[in-house]
Structure formats: C-alpha cells, structure tokens
Design a protein around this ligand. Structure first.
Ligand code: CA2
Length: 146
C-alpha cells in the first residue's frame, strides 16, 4: 500500500492567491492542492491535504497522523513563530516531518526568523514559492523509501 502523507496548512493560507501576491504568488490553495495531488500520484503517495485557522484543529490532525500517516508536510503559517503546542504535537509523531514556507521567512521581519517547528522538522523549505510543497513531497518520498 502507498504511504500516506498529511499536508497541513495553517491560518490564513485559505487566502492564498487572493491577497499579497508579491509575497505569496498568484496560486490559490486549491491550485496548490491540485499540484500536490498530481505529484503524489507520480511519487506513489496518498495525501490528506488540509487547512485550518484553528490551532487545536491542526494539533488534532497531527495526533490523527500518528495512526494514519508515515509523514507530515506542514506549513504552520503564523503558528510557526508562536506555537509550542504544535511543536509538542509534532514531537509525539514518529514519522518524517518537513516544514514548508512559501516566502523566504529569513528575508522578512525578524519575528519570522524563529520557528518552533524547525526544532522537530527533518527538513525546511522556504522561499521557493508554492513549488516548495512539490519539493517537500519529493523529499518525503525519498525519506519514506530509505
Ligand atoms: O511563507 C509562508 O508560507 C508563511 O508560513 C506564511 C504565513 C506567515 O505568517 C509565515 O511567516 C510565513 C502567512 C500565511 C498567510 O497567507 C496569506 C496569503 C495570502 C493573503 C494573506 C495571507
């Protein structure tokens, strides 16, 4: 059976493509999901693609992934910089974790330079636009084969 990867997206990413295209590009989250699904078929991965504006919901999905998934690709959005709770949830997940940021957070405000999630992530992709999701899935497929 194909390995399952949860692709989780944090707050405000539902607005992708609708505002701030100079930072986040023109693609919508639905476009990103479609691209992830295309790449997942190519790589032989099953994906669950989700977005929430609620911290607890992301945490519940990470808990669910403990039983249901081999890997998590997560763009925690602003929770990246604030959430010890999401870090704790990821620390209770035994599979591979990749952190994605559409923008290059290190080129932006100082408060975006620190990520709680990076303390758990097996890899971090930032500043590659929405292509970062595809790159993360390709890396995930490699990690899950190893
Ligand atoms: O670059 C990223 O992917 C971020 O995770 C995006 C977060 C930001 O807080 C992080 O520092 C970096 C913001 C997501 C909000 O996305 C929007 C997209 C379009 C319009 C408004 C918000």
């Amino acid at each position: 059976m194909n390995p399952t990867v949860y692709v989780l997206n944090g707050p405000n990413l539902n607005l992708l493509g609708m505002r701030q295209p100079e930072i986040y590009g023109h693609e919508t989250l639905a476009d990103v999901e479609a691209e992830c699904r295309r790449v997942a078929v190519e790589l032989g991965l099953e994906i669950a693609f989700r977005q929430s504006n609620r911290e607890y919901e992301l945490i519940d999905w990470i808990h669910e992934a403990r039983e249901a998934a081999e890997g998590i690709v997560i763009n925690p959005a602003a929770f990246t910089h604030t959430s010890v709770a999401i870090l704790d949830a990821l620390n209770a997940f035994d599979g591979s974790v990749l952190e994605v940021h559409i923008s290059n957070v290190h080129k932006r405000e100082a408060f975006r330079h620190h990520s709680y999630v990076s303390a758990r992530a097996d890899g971090v992709i930032a500043g590659c636009g929405t292509q970062g999701y595809e790159l993360a899935l390709r890396r995930m497929a490699r990690l899950l084969k190893a």
